[in-house]
Design a protein around this ligand. Structure first.
Ligand code: SAH
Length: 361
């Protein structure tokens, strides 16, 4: 039987602390080593145990025998004229995911993926078009932030949005402990209010997020103010219909954001603005209007800038707070799933392409 190295990066800080506590004691090392090692998992991440030079070499060797600190292999890195950076990571089984870093003033928002591919098939989304491969593990989700800290120079992430590939609430089992790693000061230490989970409206996920004590933010992809239209754009609406999603937003104990991608001639009419305003007021939601990124699903055209402003005004006139999201990284196709589609075509990647090296392209 092969002995698997235990992956320390799939553990929450409490779990890692107790595992390391046992091993450090077994090895006859002083207890303060535990905090030293813990700090090098996420806070000041080490690329390998060998890089933890503050530890004695024999201890590093012992840790190496027992544990692993898996990296994500960066196979592409592109930078937009506006400073947005897009990263493609290859996972151990050949799957590929993408991460986007968006600088804005003093902030850097990292848009992270929670699944390889996505099962939900929203009509305008590039990830939906590629289909679902698998859920990401805890270390693969939080690892996207860890890899930013390991760059030279590091990208200092201040905000997180779960708006990359996948539906986070369909992978709650991994997203839940990942939120702990992102937020815990012993791990990545990002404030809960700076972490946003975006969902199509998976009701059990919204309830679970609401039950967490931290003030994580919730964004819901609404995209249409009626069931009839929403069903056409988002097949998940048959399972979680609009009225129930709105109800869940209403009882969520923090303010929610509605995301609304502007699809020319489809969901951007005056009547739709009125309906959307009514729904937003019902749950005191903040509305984020998103210009359609080209290259998602086929057959849609973006609403013009002027028309988006007009739509926003209609909402504001009805006492709804609204912002128009800036399109970032258009020249590097930095919308959901687009880097992977560009690089790999629409087929799933094969394991044979796997290359464990970290190469910065
Ligand atoms: N599955 C989650 C999170 C990932 S998508 C969700 O749907 O909320 C993050 C946001 O990007 C969603 O609001 C999604 O609808 C939007 N999006 C997808 N494709 C897009 C495109 N081509 N242009 C603009 N926004 C898009």
């Amino acid at each position: 039987m092969t002995v698997l190295h235990e992956n320390l990066l799939n553990l929450t800080p409490d779990e890692a602390k107790s595992r390391l506590g046992v091993v450090v004691a077994e090895l006859g090392q002083p207890a303060y080593r535990v905090a030293q090692i813990l700090r090098r998992l996420w806070h000041l991440p080490a690329a390998s145990f060998n890089d933890m030079t503050e530890l004695p070499a024999p201890l590093r060797a012992e840790l190496e025998l027992r544990f692993s600190l898996p990296r994500l292999a960066m196979t592409a890195r592109q930078e937009s004229k506006d400073g947005t950076q897009k990263f493609l990571f290859r996972l151990h089984d050949g799957e590929a995911i993408e991460t986007v870093a968006i600088p804005d003033g003093g902030r850097v928002t990292l848009c992270i993926s929670s699944q390889a591919g996505c099962a939900l098939k929203c009509a305008f989304c590039a990830t939906g078009a590629m289909g679902f491969s698998r859920n990401l593990e805890v270390h693969e989700i939080a690892g996207q932030v860890r890899e930013m800290r390991l760059l030279d120079p590091p990208v200092n992430v201040t905000n997180i949005v779960f708006m990359g590939m996948g539906e986070p609430m369909m992978n709650w089992k991994a997203v839940d402990p990942t939120l702990t790693l992102l937020n815990d000061p012993r791990a990545l230490g990002i404030g809960a209010r700076h972490i946003t989970i975006s969902t199509v409206g998976v009701l059990p996920g919204i309830v679970a997020l609401g039950q967490r004590a931290e003030q994580f933010r919730l964004a819901i992809s609404i995209h249409a103010p009626t069931d009839e239209l929403r069903q056409q754009l988002m097949p998940i609406n048959t399972k979680f219909p609009l009225a129930e999603v709105i109800e869940a937003a209403k009882v969520f104990d923090r303010r929610v954001t509605f995301e609304y991608v502007m699809l020319g001639g489809v969901n951007d009419g005056v009547e739709q603005a009125r309906e959307l305003a009514r729904l937003a007021r019902e749950c005191r939601a903040f509305v984020n209007l998103i210009p359609l990124h080209p290259g998602g699903g086929q057959g849609f055209v973006p609403t013009s800038g002027n028309e988006i402003s007009r739509f926003a005004r209609l909402l504001r006139d009805r006492d709804v707070e609204v912002a128009v999201r800036k399109s970032r990284g258009i020249d590097i196709a930095a919308a959901c799933g687009q880097l992977r589609v560009e690089r790999l075509g629409r087929r799933a990647p094969r394991a044979a392409e796997q290359n464990g090296d970290v190469q910065v392209a």
